[in-house]
Unconditional design. Structure first.
Lengths: 114, 116
């Protein structure tokens, strides 16, 4: 069983819909990440939260809105997405006291925008 | 600048063959960490190993072994006696010690297919 769980695993949404992806980590970590993985493209870091503060936003369009209510939970709110936003969205976490920066990933949420 | 290159896009082998996945990296830092992750079709990236830049000792874990060579900036991954369950995309990644965000720089991945 993975220490980072993501729901839903699969999501199909229309371009006018509003939906959210949820991530929960059970590892006692205090930093969380959203990555995007599109076909034929490298993994893209979207957002970083450290100690519940957003510390990085990699020029992600505003139609993606992250939320980190506590160190165990991370959300990605989606609205008015485009078909090119269809991808695998991966949540990850790590402990900021780990100088080796090992990041643990969830199983991902497969998003299809129609 | 940091960069990780996995030149092999796809590799196919038959079960029980040995296979080596190549990884070459670039960094200006003297202290850094190298990783390998496995991504099966289900999607999750599974952490396999982390190596520190100051420890060039090779490592073996069951059928997996890693060859870290600073002189050639390479961190190659060998699977011995491959099995069908090894079929996945494998990612090599780099993180610098000075990165407070724990940012990982990923290669593009190598799709390994093991045929029965």
């Amino acid at each position: 069983e993975t220490g980072v769980t993501q729901t839903p695993r699969h999501l199909v949404m229309g371009m006018t819909n509003k939906k959210s992806l949820k991530c929960e980590q059970h590892l006692g970590h205090n930093a969380m990440y959203w990555y995007k993985q599109s076909a034929k493209k490298p993994l893209e870091l979207m957002f970083v939260y450290s100690l519940e503060e957003r510390v990085e936003n990699n020029s992600v369009p505003s139609r993606f809105s992250p939320e980190c209510p506590n160190s165990s939970h991370l959300f990605l709110h989606l609205h008015t997405l485009q078909p090119e936003d269809s991808a695998l969205y991966l949540c990850a976490s790590r402990s900021t006291t780990d100088s080796g920066n090992t990041i643990y990933f969830g199983e991902g949420s497969w998003l299809t925008v129609v | 600048a940091q960069k990780v290159t996995q030149a092999q896009t796809e590799i196919s082998v038959v079960e029980k063959e040995d296979v080596t996945l190549d990884c070459v990296y670039e960094t200006r830092d003297t202290t850094y960490y190298l990783f390998w992750y496995k991504q099966p079709p289900s999607g999750e990236l599974v952490f396999l190993i982390r190596r520190n830049s100051f420890d060039e000792q090779n490592e073996i874990s069951g059928r997996y072994s890693w060859n870290f060579q600073k002189s050639t900036s390479s961190f190659n991954f060998t699977i011995t006696a491959s099995q069908v369950v090894d079929s996945a995309v494998y990612f090599c990644a780099l993180s610098e010690k000075g990165s407070t965000l724990g940012r990982l720089y990923f290669g593009r991945g190598t799709q390994l297919t093991v045929w029965p």
